[in-house]
Structures are given as C-alpha cells and as structure tokens.
Design a protein around this ligand. Structure first.
Ligand code: SAH
Length: 264
C-alpha cells in the first residue's frame, strides 16, 4: 500500500536537462520522473526547439504526457535554476575544478533531511555531457559510481536512478523495515545549513561582485585570471552558503570597491 505522501514534498526537486539532442530521451526522462512522483522538468536549449512536441518525446513519455506539457524551455542554466538553493550537476567524469562530489544517495539524503530545501539535478547532453561552466554553477557534483570502464549511462536512465534515490529519501521511513533510515537521526541536530540557504542567483551575483572587487584590488588580473575564481567557487561550494553569508561577502566586496575608488 502506498503511504500518504504530500505532493509538495516532490515539488522540491527539479530535473534540468541541458542541450538534450534526442526528444526520445526527453520523453523517457519525463516518464522516469513521473513514476517516482516528481513533475518539475526544465529544458535548457534542447537541440530541437519543438522537442516537447516531437513524436519520439510523446511516444517515450507514455503516460507522462502531462509532465512534458508542463515542462519549461529556457535559454540559460541560470534561468533553469531560478528559485533553487542546492543544484547538483550530474557527471560521469570527475574534474579538477568541481564542487564537492556526492553519490546519488548522499544527494538524496541532503534533500530528504532539509525540509525547506529547493533542489535541482542538472543533466548534460548525450554527446558532450555538461560544460565546466555549467558544473561550476552548481553546489555539488553527483557521480553515479558506475563501471570505470564504461561509466556513461543513457540520459533517461541516469534521471531514473536519481529520481528513485530522491523518492526513497523523501518517503516516510517505514518503521522496522530493514535498512530504513532512522527518522530520529533526521530530526537530530545537524551540522551545516542553519539559516536560509542562498538561492543560486544570489550566489552568482556574489561571485560577480567578488570578482569585480578582486580586480579593482589588483589581486585578480582580468587578462590572466588563472584559476582564482574556479578555486573560490570550489571553496564556497563546500560551505553551503546561506543568504546572510552571501550578503556579508557582498558587503565586503562593496567596501573593497569603494576603498579602491577613494584611493584612486
Ligand atoms: N558522453 C557524455 C555523457 C552523456 S550521458 C560525457 O562523456 O560526458 C548524458 C548525461 O547523463 C550526462 O551528462 C550526465 O548528466 C548523466 N550521466 C550519465 N552517466 C552518468 C554517471 N555515471 N554519473 C553521473 N551522471 C551520469
């Protein structure tokens, strides 16, 4: 029997597909997320502008046509992440400059534990995966620990796996079930997010402000930026920035800029 689960729980995870080539994969992804109770699907620059209406998308979506019909198509990842506080990039490749790496289960656990968290999962294109730029706009990198000799899953299958893990983490714990998460552990004190988590757009604004301050200060050479900003992004991505902390960092950047202006 299905436990009674509020729908709002499942509106906390958005599925974002970036530059998807095959409309069939979009349909299959819609089906994958609906079978697990989710519905929020956003496409960033799909290869075909009318991908949602294509025959393959509709055929592969099967009973999840409603998810396709309600999906949004946007031009940038930043727009897709509007209102999101915790975005994870899905990649089969680990990278030097990346936010902290989580397994699907760890990602789902974070979402399950934090009742107000708006999260997103960002999937790359079939051919090229995600760009470093897209990965760096996320606060985590989720890697499905697959066969190292062949680690690239089909896009919709990767979506299915993440949707399943998120569902397990969001379902109320079945008491006494072997391996069920201990609900008392969930309500206990947690280290990490204490205040309201900053939205992705706030964090992006903070990086732009910080970069401007570092340039004015002469610490960052715009003609030879090296890896300063990616390193700072990686540093802050490990912290789970809260709105108030973003405001403090912007305040510091603002003061640096005005001190530099006065100095001339
Ligand atoms: N050829 C691409 C991968 C395409 S698979 C590449 O080499 O990067 C399409 C998408 O599915 C990927 O961008 C990623 O978001 C997801 N995916 C596939 N396998 C994955 C894995 N092992 N771990 C995490 N995400 C994976």
């Amino acid at each position: 029997m299905q436990p009674d689960i509020p729908n709002s729980l499942f509106s906390r995870v958005r599925f974002v597909l970036v530059e998807t080539s095959h409309p069939g994969n979009i349909g299959a992804a819609a089906r994958a997320i609906k079978t697990m109770g989710f519905s929020d699907l956003v496409l960033v620059r799909p290869r075909f502008a009318d991908a949602l209406q294509q025959d393959d998308a509709i055929a592969f979506a099967s009973g999840a046509i409603d998810v396709l019909q309600n999906a949004r198509v946007v031009p940038t990842l930043a727009e897709a992440l509007d209102g999101v506080q915790f975005a994870a990039a899905l990649s089969s490749r680990l990278r030097e400059y990346s936010p902290p790496v989580l397994t699907p289960r760890e990602f789902a656990g974070t979402v399950g534990e934090q009742a107000d968290l708006q999260a997103a999962l960002v999937f790359g294109s079939e051919r090229y995966g995600l760009s470093n730029d897209s990965v760096m706009q996320c606060q985590a990198l989720v890697n499905i620990p697959a066969n190292p000799d062949y680690s690239s899953l089909n896009l919709a299958q990767a979506v299915q796996l993440l949707a399943y893990e998120c569902r397990l983490a969001l379902l109320p714990a079945r008491s006494g079930a072997p391996g069920s998460p201990d609900s008392s552990a969930r309500s206990g004190p947690r280290i990490g997010f204490q205040g309201e988590l900053a939205a992705a757009a706030q964090v992006e604004g903070m990086y732009a402000h910080l970069e401007q301050a570092l340039v004015q200060l002469g610490y960052l050479d715009p003609t030879n930026p090296k890896k300063l900003m990616p390193r700072l992004r990686r540093l802050f991505a490990r912290t789970g920035l809260e709105t108030e902390e973003v405001n403090i960092l912007r305040g510091i950047a603002g003061h640096v800029i005005s001190a530099c202006d006065k100095r001339g």
